[in-house]
Design a protein around this ligand. Structure first.
Ligand code: NAD
Length: 371
């Protein structure tokens, strides 16, 4: 694990690159040395699994976000986390009683980090308890569920954000800046390769009921979401094909590998590959009339590496989840903007595309999209 000093160094440098914060100090480094006295988002994590653990660790370095509550079905985990993160017993809940969070003024937001199929009901319950929600990707199993979550959060007047950590990653943002400022010219083609070889055949990710699908829901979503923020448009059609080499491990409804083609209104096309059975699959490539951009690795925990026709991207690495939570605190507490959106509508667009991909696989047809 990186030292706090290294962390602050890399974080502050990337904050500079992101033009965060607008604080009036000479450098972002100086900002991070100063005691912070502004508002802090007090967060409870729901689901103390492997990614919940990563988020909790990363949040320790945040200034604007603080872990103050826990929701888990495992009493021993609650106990360990309570002492590790100095969490009050009054801020600990289980899956049966967490609606009571409504009466807890010490918690502002809940970060839902449970298996995909649970997101819909859990987000709606958190919204009904009057707390802001951050929900892991995929936001839900399908667009219908996603829309219901958005509606519930609107009705409860709470914010809904989706854990798209790449939307704050400095090298990714630099490519988006170059595209927006015309340095790449007209975008012609995007390729997104997202996959890994999945292990334990008994995990929830390979259970259709809990995962809602297979590789596409879990890892292919990065290539789909990436196609949108790299091209900078919403796709208008999709075609897709599935291949399966191991039907024993990847049962009915759990996709092993899917190839996707997307068409964009400006004429650009994208080709995405999602797989649970291929290694070294983490690469984005964008080609345009005036240049190109490449990220490899493109969406792993980093460091992300990238180059364009102008040379290497040198923005320093910072722990993705720390930057994400710092920025999300700003979005929730102060309505700060995000260059690439991370709200429920953004999550819903990916769900609509993934619904269409599964339909395209099933029917063999080209599916038109209206996002
Ligand atoms: P995990 O299996 O490690 O953790 C899931 C947690 O949910 C566990 O603590 C488990 O006990 C709990 N849980 C509650 N009800 C459960 C049930 N009915 N069945 C199974 N577990 C239950 O999974 P994870 O890797 O932490 O993934 C959780 C979510 O986070 C998923 O939606 C995943 O897509 C997302 N995720 C996002 C990223 C990212 O980079 N943004 C990375 C990993 C995972």
């Amino acid at each position: 694990m990186e030292s706090r000093r290294n962390f602050l160094h890399t974080l502050s440098a990337s904050m500079l690159a992101l033009s965060i914060p607008r604080h009036g100090f000479a450098s972002a480094e100086e900002f991070f040395k100063q005691p912070y006295e502004g508002p802090v988002l007090r967060v409870a994590i729901m689901g103390l699994g492997s990614y919940g653990t990563r988020v909790a660790e990363a949040m320790q370095a945040c200034k604007k976000a603080k872990l103050v509550g826990l929701i888990s079905g495992t009493p021993s985990k609650l106990k360990n986390w309570q002492s590790k993160y100095n969490i009050s017993v009054n801020n600990c809940y289980n899956y049966e009683n967490f609606d009571r969070i409504k009466d807890n003024p010490e918690i502002d937001a809940v970060y839902v980090i449970t298996p995909n199929a649970l997101h819909h009901d859990q987000v709606i319950r958190v919204a009904k308890a009057g707390k802001h929600v951050i929900c892991e990707k995929p936001m839900a199993l399908n667009a219908k569920e996603g829309q219901e979550m958005i509606d519930a959060c609107k009705k409860a007047n709470v914010k809904l954000l989706v854990g798209y950590r790449m939307h704050f990653e400095p090298k990714t943002l630099e490519i988006i800046r170059m595209r927006k400022e015309g340095e790449l010219g007209k975008i012609m083609f995007f390729q997104g390769l997202s996959g890994f070889k999945i292990g334990d055949p008994n995990q929830w990710r390979l259970n259709k009921q809990l995962a809602g699908g297979g590789s596409l829901m879990d890892i292919g979503i990065y290539a789909i979401n990436g196609a949108r923020y790299m091209v900078g448009e919403e796709p208008v059609w999709v075609t897709a094909q599935e291949t399966k080499t191991n039907p024993e491990k990847f049962k009915e409804g759990v996709d092993e590998t899917i190839l996707v083609q997307l068409g964009f209104p400006g004429g650009a096309v994208a080709s995405c590959l999602s797989s649970y059975n291929m290694s070294y699959l983490d690469r984005f490539f964008l080609t345009a009339e005036k240049g190109f951009a490449e990220l490899q690795p493109s969406t792993g925990y980093g460091p992300i590496k990238g180059r364009t026709h102008k040379g290497e991207l040198n923005h320093p690495h910072a722990t993705h989840q720390t930057v994400q939570m710092e920025k999300m605190a700003g979005i929730i507490l102060a309505g700060e903007p995000s260059l690439v959106p991370v709200d429920g509508e953004e999550g819903l667009k990916d769900l609509k595309i993934m619904d269409a991909i599964y339909l395209a696989v099933k029917t063999g047809k080209k599916i038109n999209l209206k996002l």
